[in-house]
Design a protein around this ligand. Structure first.
Ligand SMILES: NC(=O)c1ccc[n+]([C@@H]2O[C@H](COP(=O)([O-])OP(=O)(O)OC[C@H]3O[C@@H](n4cnc5c(N)ncnc54)[C@H](OP(=O)(O)O)[C@@H]3O)[C@@H](O)[C@H]2O)c1
Length: 336
């Protein structure tokens, strides 16, 4: 007997004039619909990232082959493996690596993936917390690693986190504060999310309006490092406030994809701009980041910033993340 499973499937349509559009709906698939891969999973959890929001609402730019199961994160238990690294029963996770973009993703009860980027769920973390961290938290950790590799320590001064109430931002605040940094959190929701950010460990909460408009290329030196998932004027103003020799770890574009600045801070203050790419991160870096997440993120703080939803509510969460209404992380119980 063929067993079916539920999945958020993104499909592309063309109207009579040839104009293309995409829709996403919960569909019933079977294992014969799965794409090639050497590890097959019973999925337990996925999560909602900004890219999932775009895919689930049919926005262009994320899904690049149709029909495709959405979901850039997957956590599950191995049910079949042709890989030497994994056996039936192992709990594993995968972030990015084409999931939900060119390969069937994690918003489904079943998945088949390539083991090249697959990571074992750290035992101390467990499957639900691994999904709660997801791509956003993995990206936050990659950003923190970039700051550390630049040699920045808590003694060098405060670290600015932009988009602080969002997924990447909230986990970056929690990580940096646990590592002893003096964290300045920038948010557009000072009134409603200020206490939340202070509970995560932010020493200071500032209004993102302070950074979001065009500003001078050199401003008062304030920060030793920046973790920025926002881009545009926010990143340019933040760079203008970096101390001599500081680093900005840039991962996102919540304000915009533009970088409307100049070379002045780079050549007069020796600033470094480090790009963060979670999708194509090589396996050793993935393993390092996940091992650090297992030790450096306070599990209770993580639970406090996590909201849980069943599979059929993923599209409602997509609307909320694109409207900037979600905070922290949203995990999807794909079996509920
Ligand atoms: N490079 C990578 O590998 C990678 C990985 C993951 C995510 N990303 C990117 O990082 C970004 C954030 O992802 P996420 O999952 O953290 O999304 P998210 O949960 O929606 O958080 C984004 C946050 O950015 C802030 N924001 C939104 N619109 C803004 C605007 N117009 N101006 C200034 N700030 C704004 C909001 O924070 P406040 O409410 O606190 O202001 C929002 O919560 C996205 O662009 C995503 O595509 C990149």
């Amino acid at each position: 007997m063929t067993t079916t499973f539920r999945a958020w499937l993104v499909e592309k349509h063309s109207d009579a004039s040839g104009t293309a559009s995409q829709t996403a709906s919960v569909s019933e698939l079977t294992d014969t619909d799965l794409m090639p891969g050497d590890v097959t999973l019973d999925v337990s959890w996925s999560s909602i990232n900004y890219k999932d929001g775009l895919a689930l609402l049919g926005r262009p730019g994320v899904v690049r082959t149709w029909p495709l199961v959405a979901g850039i994160d997957v956590v599950g238990t191995v049910t079949a493996s042709e890989s030497d690294r994994f056996s039936v029963g192992d709990e594993v996770l995968l972030n990015g690596a084409g999931l939900g973009e060119t390969h069937h993703g994690g918003l489904a009860e079943r998945a088949r993936v390539d083991s090249a980027s697959l990571v074992r769920v750290p035992g101390s973390l467990g499957a639900r917390r691994a999904a709660a961290i997801g791509t956003a938290g993995f990206t936050a950790m990659l950003s923190v690693l970039a700051v550390e590799r630049h040699g920045v320590t808590p003694a060098d001064g405060p670290v600015l986190v932009t988009g602080a109430a969002g997924g990447v931002g909230s986990i970056a605040v929690a990580l940096l504060s646990r590592l002893g940094f003096d964290v300045v959190a920038s948010t557009g929701r000072v009134d409603s999310k200020g206490d939340f950010l202070r509970r995560l460990g932010a020493a200071t909460v500032i209004d993102r309006a302070e950074l979001s408009e065009p500003g001078k290329p050199l401003q008062s030196q304030t920060y030793a490092a920046i973790v920025d998932p926002v881009g545009s004027h926010t990143l340019v103003n933040a760079i203008a406030r970096l101390n001599y020799g500081g680093i900005a770890a840039a991962s996102g574009m919540a304000q915009g994809i533009d970088l409307p600045g100049s070379v002045v801070p780079f050549i007069l203050r020796g600033i470094t701009l480090a790009g963060i790419n979670s999708v194509d991160a090589p396996l050793p870096l993935r393993e390092e980041a996940w091992s650090r997440l297992a030790t450096d993120l306070d599990p209770e703080l993580l639970d406090g910033l996590t909201t849980e939803i069943p599979l059929d509510q993923a599209q409602a969460a997509a609307v909320a993340i694109l409207d900037g209404q979600l905070s922290g992380r949203t995990v999807v119980d794909v079996r509920a």
